[in-house]
Ligand binder design. Sequence first.
Ligand SMILES: [Zn+2]
Length: 175
Amino acid sequence: MKRISLFTPLLALIAGLCASASLRAADGPATNKVPATAEGIVKEIKDHEVALAKAIDAKKPALAVQGAARIGVLVSALPDKLKSLSTDKLTGLKDRVKVTAALADQIGKSSATNDWSGALAGSGKLQSALKDLQTLYAPAAPAVQYTCAMHPEILRTSPGACPICGMVLMEKEKE
Ligand SMILES: [Zn+2]
């Protein structure tokens, strides 16, 4: 009987170790390494964003602290990968990176102290900060154009009527 009561926590421990090992594996072999391109960094940030939200939801301090720290590292590495940006944009980017990294840091601190409402609020702010950050350098989506079926030379940036024939302008297919 004694053996069984010892066996169960042991199993739980092994299961726990396996779970944390697979989580670490998802981070890649070298956790401190940063992807070579901004795209790679953004992709990894998105993965960690999801993992962080889950960790906060499940109230797992260690995971949340780790995820927040990793996002901070990744975000701080972004400006170096985007040196081709105009000086204006790069300055704006660096400012936002600072704000974002500070948010990640705050989430880590909240999680470490089990302040889950603080962590959750921070996570919401972090998500919009990251979105904001991306709009700074992501190539702008081609604007939708409207044209007339009969007069393709008519191009407008908003819907309306064709100035020649009065037909309703249609969204132009992106080429
Ligand atoms: Zn027309």
